[in-house]
Design a protein around this ligand. Structure first.
Ligand code: GDP
Ligand code: MG
Length: 596
């Protein structure tokens, strides 16, 4: 295809502003999906995406569009809208020349609208501002067109108004895409260079790699090389999605499509990497490749210990399709055998746990999420601690924790309550900016460790769901952090250790000891439950002793009843964990980890 006839664009929006629905309408209006096979969120292929209504993996679709008697090829790249997947969003954007900035006409600009817009501007994309859902009775297009025009510069009249639901305005939008977004440019005679912006695992075909060709061309049976890993493969198939895969004779400058090489592991085909020709390689890779970093860690344990091999196999399988998932075996006194897993963020953690439970039938317990801390000991050694129970013993000279820069967009009435929340999470207010008459963006620097633990829930409940949050990494800071251990009769219970700020250590200790006192049944002897920082006890509860004589209730006679009781007791014991001499039902650990 002549590059002049190609337009590459993406749709960026806050979650739920209607990106997937608009994409559906485009598929229909351009005729590549007929009305009969149309189903909602056509491009969101994973079950979990469809059920939660979110897009996890981006997809690219080629659509024909005619304007003034000429046919253009529009490549639409759907991007995930959530903060955890910022790296994927930014790679998708780098594959485009333009972006449709979609805003719900009943909601206005939100935190991820801004975050995505900034990413698009960093990539020099042409922005087309669009208000969606104008069919809604609550829509206020006048107000929000002005808000949007103020944000990106321009006139409110130039903000297009559409409804992804009814299809109104969508054809005009596609015309605008052709008119406003620049055609791709590249050197057709140079050695091939294509950027990988997505890589998905398919059980039948292996890894399917989505690329945007910058220079040169890629052809079937060509031998290609990945520039970061130097791995080389033969192209078994190359083509475009429209939206089903259609093999082609090759992809040239500016084209977007997929490659299949038969590899089985997405780590061989990394998002952000450059594909080149093996025999005539390009000298310089395209900019932008980085390994996404795990920022949230949690231990995943099967509730039924015999499921451990199933869990291992399930993680191995998920890893094939998700290169950002990390895990290694871990054992815990309280929870048995499991894995310490690293995730991009909280949503990523939730999605993986849900997929493990749903697709592999596992029942799992996840330990409280933790972030990576850099801990320096007296002998000047620094280690990265992702699991509180591996915190070095002995004298600690320095602890640093990851920071994020958070943007919170809220109606101005909630500014006070949000400040309170952020202060209680050790946040540092960097600035505030007004949008329109009634909304404010508050910028905070906050330790990531304070955000991963129920921050979002608190933000939502304090603002009746109106505030939205986005954040990006912002380096590290030294902090007064300590490890709090929880002890049962002097024995440490690993899964309950936590790294917290010095000022919060006491509250954590108190909460956990109280919680455990309620959950752990009385034993034959007295059991102290203590919270400690090193050797210093900071909180204590005691479970008093009982003489547990189950047979005493049976009045001697009834032998079968006695036997039944004994069996029942034995069964109960199977799910008991021993911490030193103390017997604790596994349920108690699970309940304590889950909180209220
Ligand atoms: P995404 O998260 O940006 O992909 O948003 P979705 O496309 O999944 O849409 C979120 C919700 O808004 C869904 O319930 C859609 O049915 C609804 N929605 C999307 N577009 C429109 C529209 O134009 N009008 C109305 N009334 N609802 C819409
Ligand atoms: Mg979506």
């Amino acid at each position: 295809t002549d590059p002049a006839k190609i337009r590459n664009f993406c749709i960026i929006a806050h979650i739920d502003h209607g990106k997937s629905t608009l994409a559906d309408r485009m598929l229909q209006i351009t005729g590549i999906v007929d009305d009969r096979s149309m189903r909602a969120q056509y491009l969101d292929r994973m079950d979990i995406e469809r059920e939660r209504g979110i897009t996890i993996k981006s997809q690219a679709v080629r659509m024909p569009w005619e304007l003034n008697g000429e046919t253009f090829a529009l490549n639409m790249i759907d991007t995930p809208g959530h903060v955890d997947f910022t790296y994927e969003v930014s790679r998708s954007l780098a594959a485009c020349e333009g972006a449709i900035l979609l805003v719900d006409a009943a909601q206005g600009i939100e935190a991820q609208t801004l975050a995505n817009l900034y990413l698009a501007m960093e990539n020099d994309l042409t922005i087309i501002p669009v208000l969606n859902k104008i069919d809604l009775p609550a829509a206020d297009p006048e107000k929000y067109a002005k808000e949007l025009a103020d944000l990106i510069g321009g006139k409110p009249e130039d903000v297009l108004r559409v409804s992804g639901k009814t299809g109104m305005g969508v054809a005009e939008l596609l015309d605008l895409v052709v008119e406003k977004i620049p055609a791709p440019v590249g050197n057709a005679d140079a050695p091939a260079r294509a950027m990988i912006f997505d890589s998905v695992y398919d059980a039948y075909r292996g890894v399917i790699t989505y690329v945007r060709v910058i220079d040169g061309a890629l052809k079937p049976r060509q031998r290609i090389q990945m520039m970061s890993t130097k791995a080389s493969h033969e192209l078994i198939e190359i083509g475009v999605s429209s939206p089903e895969p259609i093999p082609s004779q090759g992809l040239g400058v500016g084209e977007v499509g997929y490659l299949i090489t038969g590899v089985k592991d997405v780590r061989q085909s990394k998002v952000g990497d450059t594909v080149t020709d093996f025999t005539k390689p390009a000298t310089e890779a395209l900019p932008g490749y980085t390994d996404p970093k795990a920022m949230v860690f949690s231990g995943l344990y099967p509730i039924d210990g015999s499921d451990y091999p199933v869990l291992r196999e399930a993680l191995d399988k998920l890893k094939l399709s998700d290169a950002s998932l990390n895990y290694e075996p871990e054992t815990s006194v309280a929870l048995g055998f499991g894995f310490r897993c690293g995730f991009l963020g909280l949503l990523h953690l939730e999605i993986i746990t849900e997929r493990l439970e749903r697709e592999f039938g596992l029942d799992l317990i996840a330990t409280a999420p933790s972030v990576p801390y850099e801990v320096t000991t007296e002998d000047k050694k620094t280690v990265t601690v992702t699991n509180p129970s591996e915190y070095p013993s002995g004298k600690i000279t320095r602890v640093s924790e990851p920071l994020v820069r958070a943007g919170i967009l809220t109606p101005k009435d909630y500014v006070g309550t949000i400040m309170e929340l952020c202060q209680s999470r050790r946040g540092n207010l960097l600035g505030m900016e007004y949008f329109g008459e009634d909304r404010v963006e508050m910028k905070y620097e906050i330790p990531l460790g304070e955000i991963v633990f129920d921050f979002f829930d608190h933000l939502k409940s304090r603002t009746q769901g109106y505030a939205s949050l986005d954040y990006e990494e912002a380096g590290e800071q030294d902090s007064d952090l300590v490890k709090v251990d929880i002890l049962l009769q002097g024995e440490q219970v690993d899964a309950f250790s936590a790294i917290v700020h010095k000022d919060k250590a006491y509250a954590y200790g108190l909460m956990m000891t109280e919680r455990l006192k309620k959950l752990i049944p009385r034993q034959q002897f007295e059991v102290p439950i203590q919270a400690a920082i090193g050797a210093r006890i900071i909180a204590r509860e005691t479970i008093s002793a009982i003489r547990k004589d189950v047979l005493a209730k049976c009045y001697g006679g009834d032998i079968t009843r006695k036997r039944k009781l004994l069996e029942k007791q034995k069964e109960g014991k199977k799910r008991m964990k021993m911490v030193g001499r103390v017997e604790v039902p596994q349920e108690a650990f699970i309940a304590a980890l889950q909180g209220d």
